[in-house]
Write a protein that binds this ligand. Structure first.
Ligand SMILES: NC(=O)c1ccc[n+]([C@@H]2O[C@H](COP(=O)([O-])OP(=O)(O)OC[C@H]3O[C@@H](n4cnc5c(N)ncnc54)[C@H](O)[C@@H]3O)[C@@H](O)[C@H]2O)c1
Length: 674
């Protein structure tokens, strides 16, 4: 029997799962960014149930000691994270060969999990939260330990089933089946109020998986830089005459957290002045020291002075303001500073527990109030949203193009009674970035955030994959139709400059917007390169859930669907089931992600390319469905671009037969009803 877990090798510690000897109690690491205390939600009886639930991971001999500790965690943090069981080894993606495993998929998935929990990648690493304030990989460290052990011992005849972070176990399956099936946050619809989610999460029976957090596919802010760069570039194309560049023009926004931290970098790529407010000094400093934002300003006066100078000199620059974004909107108006583009990426999908900090309170005051006086905190958030919208409206009257960034800003602002509705009182007065930009320009054609991770951990492999992807994309561009030339051009530019943009945080990963043809051809070329040894270890393919087919979300991914079906979730469910029997190595489906629990159903996949003939077959079959499922649904909703894309695909692929819509003349309908 081991006396201390630090004596074990990394492999041994993984294989051990829950340690045989109770590890010593350990305090939280102060320097790390910790999740805010969750609000008190459980009754006395429910608290007992939460402890009973937590203790089922451990032998009864430990219960007396652990029950007191878990009760303390529950009272102090609102959740039971089981800090004591966090392993002593460094948390980061290792080269795949260092993982003890019986399957290449098992090793790859462990690598991806560790990347999601790496302190340089994760937002609250000790609380197992990767991004978005509450996007969890696991609910507690016992789940982590058990899952890693299962992944290490799993064979190609087994599948691991994950229930909101809890590994239900390994079940017999087959070589062709996914190695892991993940669900997160699935609730019975009638038990789906904000308080229900808080309660069942505190009880330890469900979690908010966000999108790529709970599916182990997060690759740091790079994943979002590309999408944000495309969005900002195209937004400027919308508001500027063709001859004008975005240089010296302002993009004002908020948030330097997990995903929002990509905004300044994307603004620099698009070539504008980005002004980004961030109320949490630690988050702002992290992005600054990582080189994701050029300058940090702690007073609004220096921010204003620097912005004016940048405008005068037509600069490309990104400025972080450590403070509340409401102040910036208001002061810029008073100073007469014209904002070309405005948006917001505070975490309004999670408004009452640290996603949005109200103006007029310091960061610390807000953190105390949300835990101790949640009702008052809610009022402050809503008051602040009304103030923010008032200022935005004033700018918009002067010509600012404001768009919702898929963070539920307009939704929460409308719930707060802010003036965000258009005249018909049904639509918002501002578009979402998917309605105006990403939907018609990318998703409807099948372009979405395809990504890959080089499991060797070797930057040279990543370089080679960039080169391969570039060659494939250029070849496709040469014969691509006019309708998608701009997208091809933007994506070629992106992959060409990706390495010099220094985007890697954590694993050796790359993101690239590509359509079905691009994804399949790039993946096939990677698989060949692994097979020939040009690339030294398998490649993991995946994508953001924020994509063509993976996500049903009426105010975001599917907000440019107008046949009523934007409030249904069949597409995401079909996607995950469809991918699972077409060769995905793992699949996931989540209730909640981005815009909030109950607001979206989203799914994703991971696929390991090991250079084999079987992988080649799997990738063609699965990637084809993974993209075309969404295009077909978008074309059935009568989206012009999707109709073009699916008809083109049917010509190329005789086995694809999609039901196409007939279009009704408006004038026929106009006379039908009084
Ligand atoms: N980047 C994208 O492409 C994209 C796409 C869709 C949705 N989103 C949404 O954007 C939101 C942000 O995501 P994230 O991962 O960055 O979350 P996050 O919680 O890591 O970051 C949000 C940041 O906003 C800061 N903040 C909150 N209120 C503020 C205020 N009033 N003024 C200034 N700063 C404030 C917080 O301190 C936090 O650091 C989420 O709701 C996400 O779903 C982003």
């Amino acid at each position: 029997m081991q006396s201390s877990k630090t004596e074990l090798s990394f492999s041994d510690e993984i294989l051990l799962g829950i340690p045989k000897v109770l590890p010593p109690q350990r305090p939280r690491i102060q320097e790390l960014n910790h999740a805010p205390k969750r609000k008190e939600i459980l009754s006395r009886e429910e608290k007992k149930l939460a402890i009973r639930n937590a203790l089922r991971y451990f032998p009864s001999a430990w219960h007396s000691e652990l029950s007191a500790e878990f009760a303390m965690e529950l009272e102090k943090y609102g959740r039971i994270y089981m800090y004591r069981f966090k392993p002593g080894y460094k948390m980061h993606a290792r080269p795949i060969s260092e993982y003890p495993a019986k399957t290449v998929e098992g090793a790859a998935i462990m690598l991806m999990i560790q990347n999601n929990l790496d302190p340089v990648v994760a937002q609250h690493p000790e609380e197992l939260i990767t991004y978005g304030g509450n996007g969890a990989v696991f609910q507690n460290w016992a789940q982590y330990l058990l899952s890693m052990q299962y992944l290490a011992t799993m064979t190609t005849e087994q599948t691991l089933h994950m229930y909101s972070g809890h590994p239900m176990g390994l079940f017999p399956s087959s070589r062709e089946a996914p190695r892991v099936v993940i669900t997160n946050g699935m609730m019975i619809p009638n038990y789906s109020s904000q308080d229900d989610w808080e309660k069942f999460n505190a009880l330890g029976v469900t979690q908010y998986g966000q999108m790529t957090a709970g599916s182990y596919m997060y690759i740091g802010p790079q994943g979002i830089v590309h999408g944000t760069a495309i969005t900002v570039m195209n937004a400027f194309r919308k508001v500027l005459p063709k001859s004008e560049s975005p240089n010296g023009k302002i993009f004002l926004t908020a948030g330097l957290g997990g995903m929002s931290g990509a905004q300044p970098k994307a603004g620099n790529i698009a070539g504008c002045i980005t002004v980004c407010a961030e109320v949490n000094e630690a988050a702002a400093t992290k992005r600054y020291t990582q080189g994701w934002v050029d300058e940090l300003h702690t007073t609004i006066d220096t921010l204003i002075a620097r912005t004016k100078k940048a405008i005068n000199k037509n600069e490309i620059l990104s400025l972080a303001y450590v403070g509340n974004v409401v102040e910036v909107w208001e002061r810029f108006y008073e100073e007469g500073l014209f904002i070309h583009l405005g948006s917001d990426q505070t975490s309004l999908h999670n408004p009452w527990a640290g996603g949005y900090y109200p103006a007029g309170l310091s960061f610390e005051e807000a953190n105390i109030m949300m835990a101790e006086n949640p009702e008052l905190f809610k009022e402050k958030v809503q008051e602040s949203l009304r103030r923010q919208v008032n200022a935005i409206n004033k700018h918009s009257e002067k010509g600012t193009y404001f768009f919702d960034y898929g963070n539920a800003f307009l939704l929460e602002a409308s719930r707060a009674g802010a003036d965000v509705m258009s005249e018909n009182n049904i639509d918002f007065r501002y578009p979402s970035y998917v309605q105006d930009i990403l939907g018609p320009m990318c998703f409807d054609f099948g372009f979405g955030p395809f990504r890959w991770v080089c499991t060797s951990g070797n930057p040279e492999d990543l370089q080679k994959t960039d080169e391969i992807a570039l060659i494939v994309m250029e070849k496709i561009r040469d014969t691509a139709p006019e309708e998608i030339q701009q997208q091809m051009q933007d994506n070629i530019k992106w992959i060409n400059e990706a390495e010099s943009n220094n985007l890697v945080v954590g694993s050796q990963a790359r993101i690239l917007y590509a359509d079905a043809e691009g994804r399949i051809k790039i993946a096939e070329a990677f698989n060949k390169a692994v097979s020939s040894g040009k690339i030294s270890a398998p490649i993991v393919l995946g994508r953001d859930h924020h994509d063509v087919s993976g996500t049903d979300s009426p105010f975001r991914e599917t907000s440019n669907i107008y046949d009523g079906s934007q409030f249904t979730a069949d597409m995401a469910i079909h996607n995950v089931i469809g991918d699972s029997f077409r060769g995905a190595s793992w699949v996931s489906i989540h209730n909640g992600g981005g815009v909030g629990w109950g607001e979206v159903i989203n799914g994703g996949f991971g696929m390991v390319l090991d250079g084999s003939e079987a992988a080649s077959k799997r990738l063609k079959n699965m990637l084809f469905y993974d993209v075309n499922n969404g295009i077909s649904r978008r074309s059935w909703a009568r989206n012009k671009e999707a109709l073009f894309a699916i008809k083109r695909e049917m010509k190329r692929s005789p086995n694809l037969k999609v039901t196409l819509p007939n279009i009704v003349a408006d004038k026929l309908l106009d006379g039908l009803f009084e």
